[in-house]
Design a protein around this ligand. Structure first.
Ligand SMILES: Nc1ncnc2c1ncn2[C@@H]1O[C@H](COP(=O)(O)OP(=O)(O)OP(=O)(O)O)[C@@H](O)[C@H]1O
Ligand SMILES: [Mg+2]
Length: 329
């Protein structure tokens, strides 16, 4: 097959003047190289397309692909991750990973949690703070946790995200609102163990490939898998695969969320336990990082004895199978 690859390269945006933070979710050249190599090894012909703007030009020029391997996160708006898939739908070009509905919904952590609650999955109570005055109407028990409503890679998450009083809540909200210029989600702080669950497949075919416990070392920023802890994970974080009864529960919760939200082909669900050890849904990553060494999903694979090649093969197999079965959307 001829497979196009869509992505946002961090270096390109940095050279256009965007900041380190604005580009934190974007990809490094070695991620694209690794995906390209795995697809080529599997016998495909590849074509590196780039961002949504490059895709627009190529489509207008008449270029087409049998399938697009899409990891583009986009730059702007709640639909930023949905831009490439929506455009590909318009041209009826099949693509790997989730559709525009899922990618828009799951970028908004508050909207996602409303659906998750409807599915009967535990998730911390929350409020959305769109402007400073909304802080006064937050009626949730402290400690609370504050984060931007539509970011990833722990952008905006540090020690001050956990707040113990209305004054701290107001201070953190003021700072995050002015830095990120988007609403915030304020939710009950979960003090328990944290896991990220790696999944490949779609719907009934989705399976858990491994459950990673995020164990913070002594020198790490305490309690949370923060931006700083992710950036310096080699010194600050230890990853362990979970098994035993809690693993069964993590698998059940993660697959229920993955299937209920309609996520496709591969990604991760983040879970964390409350004070009673009950697992809660934190968020889902339908475009999980795919750096072969540094990203959580390939780290899970490494610990579970799955090679990077196998990971990409299984993601592709899921896409091919579901596209073969698609009748309308
Ligand atoms: N309610 C909460 N209680 C305790 N810790 C939390 C809570 N929400 C988030 N965290 C901490 O903050 C981290 C980042 O939160 P979250 O996973 O929502 O953000 P993200 O930036 O989208 O992450 P990713 O890099 O997985 O895309 C979590 O891994 C967890 O350590
Ligand atoms: Mg997360």
């Amino acid at each position: 097959m001829l497979i196009g690859i869509t992505y946002d390269l961090r270096d390109e945006y940095l050279s256009e003047g965007y900041t380190e933070m604005e580009t934190a979710e974007f990809d490094r050249p070695d991620t694209i190289e690794a995906i390209d190599r795995a697809l080529s090894n599997a016998g495909h012909q590849t074509d590196r397309i780039g961002s949504v703007k490059a895709l627009t030009k190529r489509l207008s020029a008449g270029d087409r692909w049998d399938m697009v391997f899409n990891i583009a996160e986009g730059l702007c708006g709640y639909g930023r991750e949905a831009q490439v898939p929506a455009l590909l739908d318009a041209y009826r070009i099949p693509y790997v990973f989730s559709d525009p509905l899922v990618l828009t919904l799951t970028l908004h952590k508050g909207m996602t949690k409303r659906v998750i609650r409807d599915l009967g999955i535990a998730t911390p109570d929350f409020a959305v703070v769109a402007e400073e005055s909304d802080v006064d109407s937050v009626r949730l028990p402290y400690p609370l946790f504050v984060k931007p409503v539509a970011e990833g890679t722990s952008k905006g998450i540090d020690a001050s995200s956990k707040v113990g009083s209305p004054a701290e809540l107001a201070q953190t909200c003021r700072r995050l609102l002015s830095t990120y210029r988007q609403p915030l989600i304020v939710e009950t702080f979960l003090p328990g163990r944290e896991f990220t669950v790696g999944i490949v497949g779609t719907g009934r075919d989705a399976v858990v490939i491994g459950i990673l416990e995020i164990y913070l070392k002594e020198k790490a920023e305490r309690d949370i898998y923060s931006y700083a802890n992710k950036e310096n994970y080699k010194e600050l974080v230890e990853y362990r695969l979970l098994d035993g009864p809690l693993a069964g529960e993590a698998e059940r919760v993660a697959l229920k969320a993955w299937r209920g939200l309609g996520c496709r082909d591969g990604g991760r669900v983040d879970l964390r336990a409350d004070g009673n050890g009950i697992l809660h849904f934190l968020e889902v990553n339908p475009l999980a990082g795919l750096h072969p060494v540094h990203s959580d999903l390939p780290i899970i694979c490494g610990l579970a004895g799955i090679t990077y090649q196998e990971l990409i093969d299984r993601i592709m197999q899921s896409a091919v199978k579901r596209i073969g079965a698609d009748t309308h959307i």
